[in-house]
Design a protein around this ligand. Structure first.
Ligand code: AMP
Ligand code: GLY
Length: 421
């Protein structure tokens, strides 16, 4: 089979490695892939947002199955366009990807169907929004409606911060059209849990839970990033919480999307907060999380390609989806200065024996050598019988990888380990 994976980060590297476990995955193409993915797939220099280019490549190459991993091509309708050409895909059509593409859509859906989430108001007028935050409870959470590279959420501690965030989004167009409309919502507290799920629009199968570490520095300090590390499973996701999530959030969301004429097929990601009142939705993503995928897929014991194809055919209920009992940890090695300014082009050295456990996010090949090319460079992972062992092994492997200007957190998994005690 010829398989095409759209995207080029650590998440896509983890997906490709897992797909390759099935011998039917004879040829895998990554669009655009990266210098590390090039060891596992044929990289094709077509950007993940170049929908015309992606469709043309898929048709010309005779692609049998496509996996569209990042949010932008999904929201832009890559799956719709590929399906028009008769190419089966893993990923939602654009009318379902809107669950991530528009925060207002997602909030209104939850309100209409009684799915627990933070209370909110929607604004498209700057003055009305500024008025509202004069009396809103603090801290207050301001979210740009559209995709904003994970930077469209501001938690304002003061009224001044709230006002300037609104001005940046709505008047100065810091996120382009994405910030023309905003959601202002209640600030929730509690541990965060990520749950990725497979769904074919009817059946939903949650994957093992995980925990992201979004802040750049140890102790959850510093700016928000795309994610500096992950662990799975997440100890805050107890069986009781899982049962409530299934009844109050997962099934209602899948049914709501179907009822709206937007059946969701693919990976639906629930960003949850376990509050005093129970689990609530912080955000939906229409795709695998990054770096959650790097700890979830290594624990998947079933055949990923088979599960994905069952999702595409609407037959998810008929395939096994099993996860191992152990734990997994991923430590992201980033470029110093990430998420703001950083230098790139530094050679990466890596012991041969750790390569199978390293997912490459931002590295290029230069004269046959892997060099840093992004903010997040590598995700160094390990499985373990339990979380403590996975964390220890992952950090041991980090010690076998080096590049100048590397920056990484030393406390990935520590909050979860404290919870387990
Ligand atoms: P997002 O970009 O939607 O993933 O949001 C980034 C982060 O902002 C989340 O992971 C949460 O830590 C935080 N956040 C988002 N919404 C809320 C909220 N209503 N209350 C508290 N924290 C929030
Ligand atoms: N790690 C969070 C995300 O993928 O959006």
């Amino acid at each position: 089979m010829k398989i095409m994976v759209v995207g080029g980060g650590g998440r896509e590297h983890a997906i490709i490695r897992k797909l390759k476990e099935n011998p039917k995955a004879e040829e895998i193409y990554a669009l655009p892939g990266n210098g590390g993915i090039a060891e596992d797939a044929q990289c094709v220099p077509i950007a993940a947002t170049d929908i015309d280019g992606i469709v043309r490549f898929a048709v010309d190459t005779g692609i049998d199955y496509a996996v569209v991993a990042p949010d932008d091509p999904l929201v832009l309708g890559a799956v719709d366009r590929l399906e028009e050409q008769g190419i089966p895909c893993f990923g939602p059509r654009s009318n379902a990807a809107v669950i991530e593409g528009s925060k207002i859509f997602a909030k209104n859906l939850m309100k209409k169907y009684g799915i627990p989430t933070a209370a909110y108001e929607v604004f498209d007028d700057l003055d009305a929004a500024l008025d509202y935050v004069k009396t809103a409870p603090l801290p207050t959470v301001i979210k740009a409606d559209g995709l904003a590279l994970g930077k469209g959420v501001i938690i304002a501690e003061t009224r001044e911060q709230a006002a300037s965030a609104l001005q940046e989004m709505m008047r100065d167009h810091r996120f382009g059209k994405s910030g023309e409309r905003v959601v202002i919502e209640e600030y929730l507290t509690g541990p965060e849990v990520s749950v990725l799920s497979f769904t074919d629009g009817e059946t939903i199968v949650p994957m093992v839970s995980s925990m992201d570490h979004k802040r750049a520095l140890d102790g959850d300090k510093g700016p928000n990033t795309g994610g500096m590390g992950t662990i799975a499973p997440n100890p805050f996701y107890t069986e009781a919480v899982a049962n409530r999530c299934m009844e109050e959030i997962f099934l209602p969301t899948v049914r709501a999307m179907k009822a709206e004429g937007r059946p969701f097929k693919g990976c639906l990601y629930f960003g949850l907060m376990v509050t005093q009142q129970g689990p609530k939705v912080i955000e939906y993503n229409c795709r695998f999380g990054d770096p959650e995928t790097q700890v979830v897929l290594p624990l998947l014991e079933s055949d990923l390609l088979g599960v994905m194809q069952a999702v595409t055919r609407g037959e998810l209920a008929s395939v096994p989806v099993r996860f191992g009992n152990g734990a997994c940890c991923c430590v992201v090695m980033a470029s110093r200065g990430y998420p703001t300014a950083y230098e790139k082009g530094y050679p990466i050295t890596m012991a041969q024996e750790v390569r199978p456990y390293v997912y490459v996010a931002g590295a290029a090949l230069k004269d046959g050598r892997l060099v840093t090319s992004g903010g997040r460079v590598l995700g160094v992972t390990a499985l373990g019988d339990d979380l403590a062992q996975a964390v220890k092994t992952a950090y041991g492997r980090v010690g076998q990888v080096s590049f100048e200007n590397a920056q990484y957190r030393l406390d990935i998994g520590q909050r979860a380990l404290r919870m387990e005690e």
